[in-house]
Each structure stands twice: as C-alpha cells, then as structure tokens.
Design a protein around this ligand. Structure first.
Ligand code: ADP
Ligand code: ZN
Length: 247
C-alpha cells in the first residue's frame, strides 16, 4: 500500500475524500477500483461481472469492448480485428485509449473492476497516471482444472453462449439451448493449446504482479474444486475485501 497514496491524480478526487485505505464518496459509498488477474478458463469474466454487480461498480473487459467494436464494424473494430483473429495483443496505444475512454464514462464514477487490462507494463503505467487502484484480485486455479474446463467447453456459433460438456451440458447434444445454434469447440481450447496459453498468461502476468505487489494489496482467490459455484468464489473475495476494509 506504500505508494498507493494521494500522489496519483484521480478523476473523482474533487467530490471525495480518502479515509484510511478506503475512498469515501460524497454519497457515503466507498469508491473502489479493482483489477482482476486470472488465467484463461479461471472464470475471470464471470467473477468480474458478478463482483461488479455486488459492489455496484462497472465491470470493464477490454476483450468485450474489442469484440463488440469488431461486431459493430466501427473504426476501432476494423483496427483491432486482425489482432483479435490471431489472438495477439492489440497494440498498447489503441488499448490504452479505449480503456481511458471507457473508465471516463459516468458508470465508472463509483469505481470499476478491470478484466483483461492491464496486459503489459506500458498499460499498467498508463493506468497508474489516471487512477489509484485499491486492490488486485488474483485468481489462483490449478492447471488440471483449467484444462478440464476449457477442453470440455463448447460455444454457440450463433449467440456465443458457453456450455461445458461435463458441468453445464446443453439439453440437446451439439445444440444451443438458447437459440438452437450449433455448438463448436474453439481451436484454442484443445489441451495442447491450453497449456501454451497458460504459459503465455504467466509470462505476461508475472511482471504485472511484480509491478503492483509493492503498492497495492492483493486478494488471492483460490479455486481448488472444479465445480465450485461462482457465488462461493465471489463471496470469498467479498470477505477478503471486507478484511482489507475496502467495503
Ligand atoms: P482471451 O485472451 O482469454 O481470449 P479477452 O476477452 O481478454 O480473452 O481478450 C480477447 C482479445 O482482445 C485478446 O486476444 C486481445 O487480442 C484483445 N485484448 C483484450 N484485452 C487486451 C489488452 N489489455 N491488451 C491488448 N489486447 C487485448
Ligand atoms: Zn446460441
């Protein structure tokens, strides 16, 4: 927490004050800015959006923002399409602009939880200049669980709904419950590709963990059971945030 002080400019500063580790808004609510790190297949997106609702802050996924822009065929969508298709990182310059614009919107006034950002030190530095992060939530999930989850994952071609052949089966094999679309397996959900993705995640994330660990408290959230319900993970994260006096 040492460096996590008022020296960092903050958009909402004028209408709020800092008390201890918590940032109290005029409305009496604590402002909260969180980052969620977690390997692919850890349930990061699910936890981030549920935590966002529980804490009444926006959950912001750069991956979702890019996918949406691509789908809408906007200027941004055209710029990022190639990177998304290849599974490569979108250049920092674009990503940082998108993130800045997103967190300047009114729904982020009370705070936000970032999912998929930052992915590079450059991105972390850029965020550092505009926001003070209250905590990092680090999802720790053993490799076997990730492989088991992702290799059984099926996605609907039409609506994007996600199923799991073992843990969240569609009613009819190969068919989406919601829209009747065809279910398929993403190419990068094959076990050998998953292992590679995990290595990439670790290579990308370690420097970010090192960057934050000297200045932001960490909430480690461990998942050791394959069928652990999301609510259980979310509740355990909430408890740890409470312990840190953040909520
Ligand atoms: P995943 O990498 O698990 O498929 P995401 O939804 O987080 O899921 O990201 C999808 C794609 O969006 C990435 O492959 C990358 O091209 C792009 N992307 C998302 N976030 C970032 C980021 N912070 N920096 C660069 N590219 C990003
Ligand atoms: Zn569907």
């Amino acid at each position: 927490m040492g460096l996590n002080t008022a020296s960092v400019p903050n958009g909402g500063e004028s209408c709020s004050q800092r008390v201890g580790t918590a940032h109290i808004l005029k409305c009496g609510k604590k402002e909260m800015k969180l980052i969620m790190f977690g390997p692919p297949g850890s349930g990061k997106g699910t936890y981030a959006s549920r935590l966002g609702s529980r804490l009444e802050i926006a959950s912001v996924s750069t991956g979702d923002l890019f996918r949406e822009a691509k789908k809408q065929g906007t200027e941004l969508g055209r710029r990022v399409a190639d990177f998304l298709n290849k599974g490569e990182l979108v250049p920092d310059e674009i990503t940082i602009e998108v993130l800045k614009e997103r967190i300047s919107r009114p729904d982020c006034k009370k705070g936000f939880i970032l999912d998929g950002y930052p992915r590079t030190l450059e991105q972390a530095w850029a965020l550092d200049k505009i926001a003070r992060i209250d905590a990092i939530i680090l999802l720790i999930v053993p490799e076997w669980i990730i492989i088991e989850r992702l290799s059984n994952r099926r996605v609907c071609r039409s609506c994007g709904a996600i199923y799991n052949l073992k843990y969240l089966k569609p009613k009819r094999e190969g068919v989406c419950d919601k829209c009747g679309g065809e279910l398929y397996q993403r190419e990068d959900d094959a076990p050998q590709v998953i292992k590679e993705r995990l290595k990439i995640y670790e290579r990308q994330t370690q420097p970010l963990i090192d960057f934050y660990k000297v200045k932001v408290p960490f909430v480690n959230a461990e998942c050791n059971e394959i069928d652990m319900p999301p609510e259980v993970m979310v509740e355990s994260i909430m408890q740890k945030l409470r312990k840190l006096n953040l909520i």
